[in-house]
Design a binder for this molecule. Structure first.
Ligand code: NAP
Length: 426
């Protein structure tokens, strides 16, 4: 029997699901050993630093990740940055296959004047900020103004707009970072505009996320009835199911009675961003609309318009992801997840994606002699890393700290502290 060694770079959903598929493939002819490398001291990728804190159900997939980790053919090497602590070429030399599951961490740019003004953030910074990602938790997001504008009409824009518009007391029992919760408690933002460049029929939200908005007890969610009936008319009778579900959900919101509360989340469609204005920081956004140009005052702007692969990998890009053929990049290098197909789909989409890539790996490896195990062991075993047991130390510490506050966990947001807690487990 041939045992192949696979290095997966990036411990997010796509990385874990790839490990799971490889584990499931082990049979009499072929088996796999998986090393999962992650640049942060903590695994779980977007489940930890992307999924909104008020969506705990989505995060429960972390239980699956822990089960995958329990398998004897799995090792975690966290706090190891490929390209810095270890080179990609050395991984390719030592492993039979290397899978890049590194996502698309760069926020797309609008490419309009004023985007670099203070208090204009990309969702690629804003989302990890509220989720306590160590590289972003110290960002100084200024929530002292009254109105925030969120640009984009996808689920990320929706997460950002909802978190800004909701009463922060409703976040107390979540795993939002302590720092972000404090800032949101002190926030004076009371009006959030979510601005979509096209009509409601083109929005890329999903219907469950829209329906959830009617549960916000302390926020009026405002969508123009006229806009939705026009969008329904434009969409016509042959409308796709998900578009119909979205429009139905938006129509329900548009018909909702207003509550006596002082927070508003407004949806504006057909607002094409043209310029962000301000002297020292953002003060307004100019939009081109069917009615002409409008200038909307804003104290905070968040763009949530998609993501791109990190060019630092020095690999060919195709649109927002690495150039690849069914996950194959070159030599024994593969990719999976958002790095492979671009930033789309839900967490579960990565399961089928992982199966396809692993199929490709198997077909290219079959009949080949596995590389010598000592090559791999000489490379990674002396790496200064956080292993599974040490990560479990961090995990248990956070959960215990959360229990005291009635929360699922209280996240450590500084690397040094993560390393300290991990060390105490050694
Ligand atoms: P997305 O769904 O692709 O949405 C991006 C939005 O940005 C689109 O509305 C797009 O409008 C807009 N946009 C792009 N370029 C623009 C520009 N130059 N000016 C103005 N608007 C622009 O991406 P996402 O929201 O980042 O989400 C990524 C994936 O994660 C999606 O599949 C999403 O469903 C998923 N996700 C799921 C959840 C959940 O399940 N709860 C939560 C978060 C994210 P156009 O359509 O006009 O291009």
């Amino acid at each position: 029997m041939s045992t192949y060694r696979v290095a997966i770079v990036g411990a997010g959903p796509a990385g874990y699901f790839s490990a799971q598929v490889l584990q499931g493939l082990s049979n009499d002819d072929m088996a796999f050993k998986v090393d999962l490398l992650e640049k942060l001291p903590t695994p779980w990728g977007l489940v930890r630093s992307g999924v909104a804190p008020d969506h705990p159900k989505i995060k429960s997939v972390s239980k699956v990740f822990e089960k995958i980790s329990d398998e004897p053919n799995f090792r975690l090497f966290a706090n190891v940055e490929v390209g810095k602590d270890i080179s990609l070429d050395s991984l390719k030399d030592a492993y039979d296959a290397v899978i890049l599951a590194v996502g698309t961490p760069i926020g797309k740019k609008l490419g309009i004047p004023g985007e670099d003004l203070r208090n204009c953030w990309s969702s690629a910074e804003f989302v990890p900020w509220y989720n306590g990602h160590p590289d972003y938790s110290q960002r100084e997001i200024d929530l002292s103004g009254k109105r925030a504008i969120v640009i984009g009409a996808g689920n990320v824009a929706m997460d950002v707009a909802r978190l800004l518009a909701m009463n922060s007391n409703d976040l107390i029992t979540t795993d939002i970072s302590d720092g972000a919760l404090d800032e949101l408690h002190n926030s004076s933002i009371r009006e959030v505009w979510l601005c979509a460049r096209r009509g409601a029929e083109f929005a890329s939200f999903t219907a469950p996320e829209l329906r959830e908005l009617s549960e916000l007890k302390n926020t009026n969610v405002v969508i123009s009835r006229e806009e939705i009936s026009e969008a329904i008319g434009r969409a016509g009778n042959e409308v796709e199911r998900h578009v119909k579900a979205n429009l139905d959900a938006m129509q329900v919101i548009a018909r909702m009675d207003r509550r006596e509360v002082n927070r508003r989340l407004e949806f504006h469609f057909g607002y094409v961003p043209k310029e962000i204005r301000g002297t020292k920081k953002v003060e307004s956004v100019i939009f081109t609309t069917a009615q002409g140009e409008v200038e909307v005052e804003a104290d905070l702007v968040v763009t949530a318009i998609g993501y791109e692969a990190d060019p630092e990998w020095d690999l060919k890009l195709e649109g927002s992801h690495f150039q690849n053929l069914d996950g194959f990049i070159e030599d024994n290098l593969y990719t999976v997840g958002w790095a492979k197909r671009g930033p789309s789909g839900v967490i579960g989409t990565n399961k089928s994606d992982a199966s396809n890539v692993v199929e490709e790996i198997v077909s290219r490896l079959s009949g080949r002699k596995p590389k010598n195990e000592s090559l791999r062991d000489n490379l990674v075993e002396n790496l200064n890393h956080i292993d599974l047991e040490e990560w479990r130390g961090i995990n248990e510490f956070e959960i215990a700290a959360g229990v005291e506050q009635g929360r699922p966990r209280s996240k450590i947001t500084a690397r040094e502290e993560m390393l300290k807690v991990a060390n105490s487990r050694r």
